[in-house]
Every structure is written in C-alpha cells, then in structure tokens.
Design a binder for this molecule. Structure first.
Ligand code: NAG
Ligand code: NAG
Ligand code: NAG
Length: 385
C-alpha cells in the first residue's frame, strides 16, 4: 500500500535554487496530505471533500508526486452511484474524482495515515541526506472525517489526539518541515488541535470547537446522500474563487468562520503564520493562475445543513418519505433502528470520553469503553455494507 512512488520524486532541488537570487527566498517544496477517514455511501461527503481538495492543489500547481491522498475509494464505482465514475462536492457540481491519485486506497487506518505524515517527512529527510534540499518545505494537511473528543475515526480504528501530536512533534524535532498547516473537518475537531504548541511553526484551523458537532451540507436527491461538509466546502469554494496570492490564511479563516454558521470554526498553534498567503500551502506560487471572476458559481439557496451525527438518520428518513414500496419502507425502518442503536452507543462513548478528559479515574470505565468502541465499529461496519 505504501507506494515507493512516493519516494521516487525528488524533483526540484532547493540547494540549487538557493544558489541563485530568487523571488521565493523560502524555497522548498510543497507537500499536501489529504485524508478522508470514512467509507460507505452515507459518508459520501468526506471523500467528495477530499477529491475536491485534491483538485484545488493540483490545479494550483502542486505535482501529484507531492500530493498524498488517502481515501477508501468506494464511491465512484459504488452501486448506489447514479453517475458511475463521477463524484461531486456541490449540487450540479462538476466531477472532482478524475485524476485523484490512488496511492492509499481501501482501508485507510489511522496508523497508515500517521505513517503518511512521517513518510512525507521521510521524503524530506531523503532530500536532506542527498544534499539536494533542506527542511524548507511547506506542508498542508487536510482531514475530513468523523470525530469525537480527542479522536478522529477511521473505518477500522481511530486516530488518537496523542498519536497525532506525537507525529507532529517528531516532524518538528527532525526538522521535517519549515511551516505546516492543518485544516480539520470533524465533530469536536477542536479537541485534536487545542493543545498544539505555538512555537513549532504549525497553524491549524478546525471545523468545530472541542465540544460540538460539525455539519454536513448539500443533500442530493438523486444520490440520496450529502455531498459535502459545511466548513470544508466553505474553505474550498473560497479557494476556488479567490486569488490565493493575495489572500492570507487569516483572511480565509475569517471568511470560513463567518460562513460556517452552524459550528465555531477555531484556529490554533502559531497564529502569526496565518499572515502568510494561502498559496504558500495550497499551491505552488510559480505555477499558479488566479481564477477569473466569471468562474464564480451561483450560490446554493438551501445548503441543507445537518449535524454530522444525524446524517445517516436524516438520509434514511428522506428515503422513507420518498418511498412508496412497503418492502423498501420496511427495510429502511430496520436500518433506522440499527442506526438509532449506533447513535445511542456513540453518545455513551462521548460521555465516557468526557469523563476521562475531566480527570475522573479512567480505569472504572475502561472495560465498558472498550466494549463500546468495539460495538461502534461493528455497527459502523454493518452500516457501511
Ligand atoms: C440543478 O440543475 C437542475 C437542472 O438543470 C435544476 O433544475 C436544479 O435547480 C439545479 N439545482 C441546483 C441546486 O442548482
Ligand atoms: C510564529 O511564526 C512567526 C512567523 O513564522 C515567527 O516569526 C515566530 O517566531 C513564531 N512564534 C513562535 C512562538 O515560535
Ligand atoms: C447558515 O447559513 C445558511 C446559508 O447562508 C442558511 O441557509 C442557514 O439558515 C444558516 N443557518 C443558521 C443556523 O444560521
């Protein structure tokens, strides 16, 4: 799964570039890691977000060799897909699937994904040791996923906040980046970043604070699923429309924060970094052409904003209302029942994690927590089938 492809491309040498006067004194390369942590048709929106993010950085001049996309890749050919091979991230939107690299598909587990973080940094390390370039690279990481306090979910396990922090620390200590920016879409995503130190050249924004849901958007009647997530489409549609050589990360944060009216978009880490231009992370300034104003898309009148945990039920209820076949309706009711149990288990999990976070002795909860974890992932696997 970990393609040597990734290691094959030590394109432009900053050592050489640095020998000459240059408009980009920071030099270095741009790396992008895009992760969609879920699978299944109900979760369409996460992979659609991820594909869209790829199209942005691709169009903005970052070569595929410097973009790592991790996603399950079960949408394009899904039997529920009325437009095989096509994935969209906006009502009547254009295809975002074409060209997405397939280096990491299938079961994108948390360890794999952490590996990618370090793997990206291994690449930098190789550059360094081959005397071609130094740790001057800019890294942009975008996660879109289910979450809970201190957790990002994956099809078969979870990424814990501590492991993510350790990976970032490792990268910092081993000088694996010059500047790094995270955008995180998930419920309670603030909890993944609220302990981020301010002195390691990392800046992060999250869809929600540590205590609230993030929201799905753009319900599609033809596909019976949500096409995007509100924070994610807000930053991506902004990146599609603006001249990113002029817009700063801070400006994008403020725009996204004001558009994302269903949760509290947060920023963490070194906020001085936010004065840098968006293009420094989402593109290659020397290969970038700003969009023409005519590419502005018509606004969506009703974005169908729905809390992420309510999405499966909301979809089932809509399908139930549209259905006039009693057998189909019965099947949907059974599915709704399974989902209600799943939601119930998940809420207990949240409560337990909250208790642990507040410093109550974890031991007494440990067994039931493990049980609930297991139950949740079993149920989510059933649901995904
Ligand atoms: C999508 O396109 C169809 C057909 O052109 C149109 O009827 C519909 O209103 C459009 N939907 C949105 C949300 O723009
Ligand atoms: C934050 O980033 C700015 C700009 O790169 C840098 O000058 C400053 O030293 C950083 N702050 C800390 C605490 O490291
Ligand atoms: C948030 O904004 C959208 C689109 O602008 C709007 O349709 C929706 O009613 C707003 N929701 C809230 C809770 O303010």
């Amino acid at each position: 799964m970990h393609q040597p492809v990734l290691f094959a491309l030590l394109g432009l040498s900053i050592g050489l570039v640095a020998g000459f006067p240059t408009q980009e004194p920071e030099g270095g390369k741009h790396w992008v890691l895009i992760v969609a942590g879920s699978n299944g048709w109900y979760n369409y929106r996460h992979q659609a977000d991820a594909c869209h993010a790829y199209q942005i950085v691709h169009k903005n001049g970052i070569p595929d060799e410097q973009i790592v996309v991790m996603m399950y890749d079960d949408l394009a050919q899904n039997e529920a897909n009325p437009t095989p091979g096509v994935v969209i991230n906006r009502p009547n939107g254009s295809d975002v699937y074409a060209g997405v690299p397939k280096d990491y598909t299938g079961d994108v587990s948390a360890p794999t994904q952490l590996f990618a973080l370090k793997c990206t940094s291994e690449l930098l390390n190789q550059c360094l040791s081959s005397r071609l370039c130094g740790p001057n690279d800019f890294v942009f990481v975008y996660f879109t996923d289910h979450g809970a306090p201190g957790i990002l979910a994956f099809p078969n396990d979870d990424l814990q906040v501590k492991d993510l922090q350790d990976a970032i620390t490792y990268m910092h200590e081993n000088r694996k980046y010059k500047k790094m920016v995270f955008y995180v879409e998930a419920c309670e995503s603030g909890s993944m970043m609220n302990h981020l130190p301010a002195d390691i050249d990392v800046y992060a924004t999250t869809a929600a604070n540590p205590h609230e849901s993030s929201y799905a958007c753009y319900y599609d009647e033809k596909r019976d699923t949500y096409l995007g997530d509100w924070y994610s489409v807000n930053w991506m549609e902004d990146s599609d429309a603006e001249d990113l050589t002029k817009e700063t990360l801070l400006k994008q944060f403020k725009i996204v924060r004001s558009l994302t009216n269903t949760s509290h978009v947060q920023q963490y880490g070194n906020k001085t970094l936010a004065h840098m231009k968006v293009i420094a992370f989402q593109g290659n300034p020397s290969k970038y052409t700003p969009p023409s104003p005519s590419t502005n898309r018509p606004p969506i009148t009703n974005p169908d904003l729905t809390p992420s945990p309510d999405v499966p039920l909301a979809i089932l209820k809509r399908k139930l209302m549209m259905s006039n076949d009693i057998r189909v309706a019965r099947g949907l009711l059974m599915e709704i029942n399974v989902h209600l149990k799943y939601e119930y288990a998940l809420r207990h999990l949240y409560a337990l994690v909250n208790l642990c976070e507040r410093g109550y002795p974890a031991d007494s909860h440990k067994t039931s927590m493990q049980y609930i974890f297991k139950k949740c992932s079993q149920l989510s696997r059933i649901n995904a089938q």
